[in-house]
Design a protein around this ligand. Structure first.
Ligand SMILES: Cc1ncc(COP(=O)(O)O)c(C=O)c1O
Ligand SMILES: Nc1c(O)cccc1C(=O)C[C@H](N)C(=O)O
Length: 395
């Protein structure tokens, strides 16, 4: 299809897009922002809410805000806002700390839940580095060994010695979506527990944590959930595991009676057991306001638009970019695609710099990957057509 025909299609698709108006709830400019899978854009409601938390709740109410402004309950309250987006019933998600710290809590917690006689942790071979580093340290601390495995042979690799398996739901580099129901079932059939890292899927596609019987999960909130730079991560512990969940980082916030100041630790029940220390209230305030954009927005509709956007981008790239100049790393099959498109290209670092200079912002991942993230809440089809056109110009 010609350039003008694709531009006309883009306009038609935008006109028919039921999620199109949500873009107005974000602070954006003329840039085509395809880096929401690294740092989501700023929801317009955030600055005023954070300013109020600073000026009134902190500035005027001061210490009273822990009770009167709901600061103390923020980690569980915000966890319950994230819960429907990842298919979890209320009371199973707590917000706080970084993803890395929550990977540690979840992996050690999973090994402890798995019980005696299991001394092996499996990690998906293409894992985001922090998960691998932390699983290795968790293994050293728990007397386990750690083994990276290709996910297509996971069912054969998991066995009677496996305690826990840590898997990234969407591969950060290729954008491949892994089979959460199938892999969860395979891990559990061997008597082990599964920990899913949802950083690149939450807010972009339905996850179905409860429906698929996931044991534990973690994720960040600064990508498709738009919580802001360094916004707190979250930990999901399935209700059936909560009573036996033995956190490796018990802190006063996860004590049954935090203000009892007792020398011995007694864990609280429920999601709060995943807490450690004082919640990061200013970051939580930004995140809570950011999650407001999801009011009345079904994640299934977001998924449908995400696939339409990535399909259209691939079509425009095929039409505009000279053949052989890039190769598509992301699976074409919808069932295996997250919300990003990764293109392999020899001079990817220079190409991405040139794209950014022309107002198309994606990112580069070493050694040769151009990565484009598609956030359906604020991207349109005209943005996608422009991005592919500018890419072709640069190439
Ligand atoms: C899949 C995945 N896991 C973990 C992380 C690290 O998270 P954090 O920096 O919140 O610890 C990231 C991104 O930074 C990621 O993409
Ligand atoms: N967390 C990040 C940061 O603090 C600075 C720059 C990038 C990030 C990212 O989130 C990277 C991202 N997880 C990735 O998939 O590559």
């Amino acid at each position: 299809m010609s350039e003008s025909a694709l531009a006309i299609r883009a306009a038609e698709l935008d006109a028919a897009d039921e999620l199109g108006k949500i873009r107005e709830q974000f602070v954006l400019d003329e840039t085509v922002y395809l880096d929401g899978n690294s740092l989501g854009a700023l929801p317009a409601a955030v600055p005023a809410h954070v300013a109020d938390v600073v000026a009134r709740e902190w500035g005027e109410l001061r210490i009273r805000s822990w009770t009167e402004s709901g600061w103390w309950e923020a980690p569980e309250r915000i966890g319950d806002l994230i819960a429907p987006l990842v298919g979890a019933a209320a009371g199973q998600i707590v917000v706080g700390d970084s993803t890395s710290v929550n990977v540690f809590k979840a992996v050690v917690g999973a090994v402890r839940l798995a019980g005696e006689g299991r001394d092996e942790i499996l990690v998906d071979e293409g894992t985001f580095p922090t998960d691998g580093y932390i699983a290795t340290s968790a293994a050293r601390l728990t007397g386990c060994t750690v083994r990276p495995v290709p996910l297509d042979s996971l069912a054969a690799a998991v066995g009677p010695r496996t305690a826990a398996v840590l898997i990234n739901h969407v591969d950060y580099r290729s954008g491949r979506l892994h089979d959460l129901p199938g892999l969860t079932a395979a891990v559990q059939a061997a008597g082990a527990l599964v920990v899913w890292d949802l950083c690149h899927s939450a807010g972009a596609l339905p996850v179905g944590l409860d429906a698929h019987g996931v044991d534990l999960a973690v994720g960040c909130t600064y990508k498709f959930l738009n919580g802001g730079p360094g916004s707190p991560a979250y930990l999901y512990v399935a209700a059936r595991h909560q009573a036996a969940f033995d956190s490796p980082l018990p802190g006063w916030n996860s004590h049954v009676e935090p203000f009892g100041m007792r020398p011995e630790f007694m864990p609280v029940d429920g999601a709060r057991r995943g807490r450690v220390g004082t919640p990061d209230i200013l970051s939580m305030a930004a995140l809570e306001a950011a999650l407001g954009v999801w009011d009345g927005v079904p994640v299934e509709a977001v998924r449908a638009k995400s696939l339409a956007l990535t399909d259209f981008f691939l079509e425009c790239v095929a039409a505009y970019v000279p053949e052989g100049r890039v190769s598509v790393l992301t699976p074409l099959d919808h069932d295996a695609r997250g919300s990003q498109v990764a293109l392999r290209c020899e001079d990817a670092s220079d190409v991405m710099a040139a794209l950014i200079a022309r107002g198309v912002v994606g990112d580069f991942r070493a050694p040769d990957v151009l990565r484009f993230g598609f956030t359906p809440l604020y991207l349109g089809f005209a943005d996608v057509e422009r991005a592919a056109r500018v890419l072709a110009e640069v190439l």
